[in-house]
Each structure stands twice: as C-alpha cells, then as structure tokens.
Design a protein around this ligand. Sequence first.
Ligand SMILES: CC(C)(COP(=O)(O)OP(=O)(O)OC[C@H]1O[C@@H](n2cnc3c(N)ncnc32)[C@H](O)[C@@H]1OP(=O)(O)O)[C@@H](O)C(=O)NCCC(=O)NCCS
Length: 161
Amino acid sequence: VSEVIIRDFDHSRDSAALRDCFIELQNYERQFDPGMPEGLTIVEAYLNRMWARCRQWEGQVFVAEVAGQVVGFVCVWARVKPDEPDDNSSEHAFVSDLIVGSTHRRRGIGSQLLSAAECYARACGARSLRIGVLARNGAARRLYTSAGFEEYQVELAKQLG
Ligand SMILES: CC(C)(COP(=O)(O)OP(=O)(O)OC[C@H]1O[C@@H](n2cnc3c(N)ncnc32)[C@H](O)[C@@H]1OP(=O)(O)O)[C@@H](O)C(=O)NCCC(=O)NCCS
C-alpha cells in the first residue's frame, strides 16, 4: 500500500487534478439530488468562487497524494464572517469541500484530510469548525460523526409535488 501524503495545494501542478476531483464530488452528490448541475458544467465557476472565498476568509486547500497522484482534496476557510443579523456573531471555520476519489476510499484518507483542515483552522485561531452535508450522504456523515462533529443546524425539505 502506497504512502499517503497530505500537503498544501500547489497551483503549478495540482490544478487539473483539483478540477477532476471537484467534478467527481459534484457528480457524487447529484445521486442525492439529481437537480444539481453536472460537475463539468460548473467546475470553473465553482472553483473560482472557492478561491475567492479562500482569499476573503483565510482559506487553504490541502491535497492527498498517493504514488505521485492527487486522489482527493479538502478546502477550509478559517475565518468565515456570519452574514445574517441574527447569526452568532463570532467567526467560525468552514470545510467547503472534501472528496477522496472512489478508488481510494476507506483507507483513512478522508480522515487525514479532515484532520489537516481542523489543524489549519485551529492554527488560524478558529474556535469552531463547520461542514454542510446532504442528509442522505451517509458515508460523509459517518466520517464527520467519527471525527467529533455534532449536528448544529438541521435544514428540512418537503417535496411539494
Ligand atoms: C466522505 C469521504 C470523503 C470519506 O473518505 P474516505 O477516505 O473513504 O474516509 P475514511 O477512510 O477516512 O473513513 C473514516 C471513517 O468514516 C466512516 N466512513 C467513511 N466512508 C464510509 C462508508 N462508505 N460507509 C460507512 N462509513 C464510512 C467510517 O467510520 C470510517 O472509518 P472506518 O473505515 O474505520 O470504518 C469519501 O467517501 C468521499 O469522497 N465521498 C464522496 C464525496 C463526498 O461525499 N464528500 C463529502 C461531501 S459533504
């Protein structure tokens, strides 16, 4: 089994792999909500926005590398400002994206990426770390629970025909 390296994203060599990973992530989530757009159609717009928020909120992207190939990534924003008047007014950190390629799952890589995000958030002074997840994404929810996350806000939906 090849060693897993978790390291900072490097624009000069990881851009194509990041793009592929995001497309896989988006297409994976579409199984839970087929109304979501296909990864390929939004990848540029999505990643541009992700990087803009990294600049705004002290974000960082970490990649997981196995045998010289990037097989997953996590994006974490360390200082998200609350945007509603009634929100808790303190800043929090937020994991915006996490994906491990399908051929590399269940080997602890997702946990390692999540730990890297947590470590970074702590080092930036964050007091809490949040993640959004689709309710039907059982694998991701189990990972988050096993890493110590608890439900904070629950959004419900009712289909209206
Ligand atoms: C969620 C995801 C990142 C987990 O990555 P991973 O490398 O497979 O996770 P790990 O091997 O570190 O798993 C850690 C723990 O999470 C839980 N877990 C992960 N995948 C699971 C699955 N398919 N079923 C049940 N539990 C799972 C288990 O508790 C696991 O520990 P164990 O293997 O000792 O039982 C990966 O499944 C993935 O990329 N999924 C598609 C994209 C996605 O859903 N991203 C999250 C969006 S919010």
